[in-house]
Write a protein of this length. Structure first.
Length: 263
């Protein structure tokens, strides 16, 4: 195990209130695979946004005529590919956890069941659900207009948002069902911290904001005023709400210590 990786593990422990704990190769390996998985997820998201923009652009080239259906089929395939790729990244993390967990001389278990309320928390879960639902409702509302460009943009949004929502649910399921990799109280605490941070990262609505901006910015000149005003208000309100939730909810280290010390 490279000294740099162990050094990063030590910094991670200190940053989560576990400065007295000794960094181990098991912890370093778990942190390393999560860093790489998040880089991979970011690259996947960037590729998905670029591909979605291309699909949308191709679909609106012939504004005077009817929009072709094949770009929507391509977008559906892209969404399925995104969900599958994210599932493979999650599986990679799980496999590394299992491999390094098998090297432990003994295995410890969490004193309480780590459900979504513990790992993600009700405020964040409600925020994620409301954010996705609001985006979907706004997109559905546009389907009633006669503007073909706005209708096409709404269909693009609906396909993207529904697929991404499914991907988030798959990610959260993987996080909740990952094996516990710990042999003492400190490693149990670190295990909970990683689950909480992974869940909070998965539930962030960044991808919703990104997908929303793609088709919406292209309808500014169509005269469809309320929608072009609704999307920046939607994003601003979401950012403010997320900031309030971050300020009022315990940090991941605090949540982990509460779980480990539970009777």
């Amino acid at each position: 195990m490279p000294d740099g990786t162990l050094s990063h593990a030590g910094e991670w422990l200190a940053g989560h209130g576990l400065a007295d704990a000794r960094p181990t190769p098991v912890l370093a390996a778990r942190l390393a695979v999560r860093r790489r998985s998040r880089v991979g997820a970011a690259l996947l998201l960037a590729a998905f946004i670029i591909a979605t923009a291309l699909v949308y652009t191709v679909g609106i080239v012939g504004r005077s005529g009817s929009h072709p259906r094949w770009p929507l089929l391509v977008l559906t395939a892209l969404v399925l590919g995104l969900v599958l790729a994210q599932s493979l990244l999650d599986r990679w993390v799980r496999l590394v956890d299992r491999r390094v967990g098998a090297t432990l001389p003994r295995r410890a278990a969490h004193p309480v069941r780590l459900g979504w309320r513990t790992v993600l928390g009700l405020p964040r879960a409600a925020f994620a659900a409301i954010t996705f639902a609001s985006g979907i409702v706004l997109a559905i509302g546009v389907l009633a207009t006669r503007d073909p460009v706005a209708r096409y943009a709404a269909v693009i949004l609906l396909i993207g948002l529904c697929g991404i929502a499914a991907g988030v649910l798959v990610q959260l399921r993987h996080i909740l069902t990952r094996p516990t990799v710990a042999d003492d109280e400190t490693s149990l605490t670190a295990d909970v911290v990683m689950r909480v941070e992974d869940a909070r990262e998965a539930a962030l609505p960044t991808v919703v904001w990104a997908v929303w901006t793609l088709p919406v910015v292209s309808v500014f000149g169509t005269g469809f005023g309320w929608w072009t005003a609704a999307w920046p208000a939607f994003i601003v309100v979401s950012v403010v709400a997320l900031g309030l939730i971050d300020a009022r909810t315990p940090r991941s280290g605090t949540v982990a210590r509460q779980v480990v010390s539970a009777p």
